[in-house]
Design a protein. Structure first.
Length: 116
C-alpha cells in the first residue's frame, strides 16, 4: 500500500528536476554569453540580442557570481523574436531556405538597432 507522502513526492521530484534543468541551462547560457562577449563583442551583441551595458555586466562576472546567477529558478535566456513572420521564415521548408534565413536575420537585426 502506497502512503500519501510517497504519492505527494512525485510532483516535487518533477519540479526539482525541472529547476535543476533551468539552473543547468542558465549556467550554460551565461558561460556561452561570457565567452562570446570576450571573443567578439559585436557579434555577441547581435547574436545574443543584448545591449552593450548588459554585455559589460556579463563580461565582468566572476566565476562565483556566474554560479550564483545560474542558480536562479528563472530562465536567463529567452526567445528574442516574437513575430510570427520570423518563426515562419526560420522554420520554412521551401527550396530557398537560405533566403528565408537571411530575411529573418535582416528582420531581427532591424529590431535590435536600438539595443546596441
Amino acid at each position: 500500500m502506497k502512503t500519501s507522502t510517497a504519492i505527494d513526492e512525485r510532483p516535487n521530484l518533477k519540479s526539482d528536476m525541472l529547476l535543476e534543468e533551468i539552473r543547468e541551462a542558465n549556467l550554460t547560457y551565461l558561460m556561452l554569453a561570457q565567452h562570446m562577449i570576450r571573443s567578439d563583442r559585436v557579434q555577441a551583441l547581435y547574436r545574443l540580442g543584448i545591449s552593450g551595458e548588459l554585455a559589460d555586466l556579463i563580461d565582468a562576472l566572476t566565476p562565483g557570481q556566474l554560479l550564483k546567477m545560474a542558480a536562479s529558478s528563472l530562465l536567463m535566456c529567452r526567445f528574442r523574436f516574437d513575430e510570427k513572420l520570423v518563426w515562419e521564415l526560420l522554420t520554412s521548408h521551401s527550396r530557398d531556405r537560405n533566403a528565408g534565413i537571411a530575411h529573418a536575420n535582416i528582420l531581427m537585426s532591424g529590431s535590435l538597432a536600438g539595443v546596441v
